[in-house]
Design a protein around this ligand. Structure first.
Ligand SMILES: [Zn+2]
Length: 409
């Protein structure tokens, strides 16, 4: 994430074996971090600290246990809980088996570093995406195993889908390959906010436009060995009527939210970012919640690009910037929800909307309850949903059980 937003970076990584998955092939951790940063930005001003002292006025961030004192920021993690702090953390704040905690601290750290670089305040913070909890209420519950949710259709393969795929890859996925549907082609600026994409995907492998760009679907699907479909959803749908176990609606253009709502699925999950620096998780159970199209209406006006926002919130002349930690955080919240789906916690929650505020506001994490609308024109009546689900039964259909008092039927 740092290589996606900052143009001059020094890295100091110990000689250690590579145990996480790297975006580019590498033999060990130093080689992987170096090669990954340059794959993201081939013209990055990249140094290792053994080559040169860090320039004056640079910011520094320490990851894990064996880091010097006097740095600007420290990242630590325990189980599913990630933390960022402005003082060194004690030894219990790192854990080599952690998955979600390490990911959460990376998101917090990238946001904090960006804010410091632009003169914005930060504070110590903790986040557990598995528990959907933060700061004092955040415990250490983690989800170490793979994501086991059956077949997945991902509508949209932009920044949030790319973030979700990136984290899902670290956990592993069981079952059939996920399908990614998106008609868009990768452009160089997408590498600023899409965690799976490198300059090569945009046709800029050597720092100049010398190659052929690939589709966003391909540039996202590859990390999880998924199937990419370079088509818009409404075109793709004509030849692909079979159902998936779970549908993730991660596109916000071309009126796709009403289309996906009309599928008659028992559950829709998705995640979004906002220009107010929030990453958000949404649950839609047709019998209990509102639908994606009612919650996030397509206003048909120009919308800010996903995972971007003003550099300094509240300052009217602040320019917009790509903020990769927003899409990374949205993807992380979504993958945590997917990982936890078999435990049934998210489905039982009365709340259906969670917001992570990466401005480090006093309340880092907020949750809301949206009521279903009696006038929703998108949700299929229960009788139609039953027919759709009986015709081609799927793993999560049992969630669509409550009597439907909202949409006729
Ligand atoms: Zn609706």
């Amino acid at each position: 994430m740092v290589a996606r937003t900052h143009r001059c970076i020094s890295i100091d990584v110990p000689p250690a074996a590579l145990i996480a998955r790297s975006l580019v092939p590498a033999d060990d951790l130093p080689a992987a971090s170096h090669a990954t940063a340059l794959a993201i930005n081939p013209v990055l001003d990249l140094a290792t600290l053994s080559e040169a002292a860090s320039p004056p006025q640079s910011l520094s961030i320490g990851l894990g246990q064996h880091v010097p004192t006097g740095l600007d920021l420290y990242l630590g993690w325990a189980g599913g809980c990630g933390a960022v702090a402005t003082k060194p953390m004690t030894d219990d704040h790192w854990d080599t088996s952690s998955v979600f905690g390490a990911a959460a601290s990376a998101v917090l750290g990238a946001s904090a570093l960006f804010r410091l670089a632009h003169g914005q305040p930060v504070r110590d913070a903790r986040l557990n995406p598995i528990e959907l909890s933060a700061d004092l209420t955040a415990g250490t519950r983690d989800h170490p195993g793979p994501v086991e949710i059956g077949s997945v259709l991902t509508v949209g393969a932009g920044a949030v889908a790319s973030g979700a795929a990136y984290w899902a890859r670290e956990l592993g996925i069981t079952g059939e390959p996920w399908d990614f549907v998106d008609g868009d082609i990768v452009e160089l600026h997408n590498t600023n906010r899409c965690l799976t994409m490198t300059a090569a995907h945009a046709g800029w492998a050597d720092g100049s436009p010398s190659g052929k760009p690939v589709s966003k679907a391909e540039a996202t699907a590859w990390v999880v060995d998924g199937c990419s479909h370079e088509e818009w959803y409404e075109q793709w749908l004509i030849e692909h009527q079979e159902r998936h176990d779970l549908v993730l609606c991660l596109a916000n253009e071309r009126g796709v939210r009403p289309f996906v709502t009309q599928r008659g699925e028992p559950l829709l999950l998705h995640a979004t970012t906002s220009p107010q620096w929030t990453a958000e998780l949404h649950r839609h159970l047709p019998s209990r919640d509102d639908c994606p199209a009612c919650r996030l209406p397509d206003t048909r006006t120009a919308k800010p690009m996903c995972a971007s926002g003003p550099v300094s919130l509240g300052q009217p002349d602040s320019p917009d910037a790509a903020l990769p930690f927003l899409s990374a955080a949205a993807g992380l919240l979504l993958v945590a929800a997917l990982a936890e789906l078999p435990r049934g916690v998210l489905q039982a929650e009365p709340r259906n909307h969670w917001q992570l505020d990466l401005t480090f506001a006093e309340r880092l994490f907020r949750s809301h309850r949206w009521q279903p609308s009696g006038q929703c024109p998108h949700t299929q009546p229960r009788s139609i949903r039953r027919m759709i689900q009986r015709e081609d039964p799927r793993r999560w259909d049992h969630l669509d059980t409550a009597t439907d008092g909202t949409s006729g039927g």
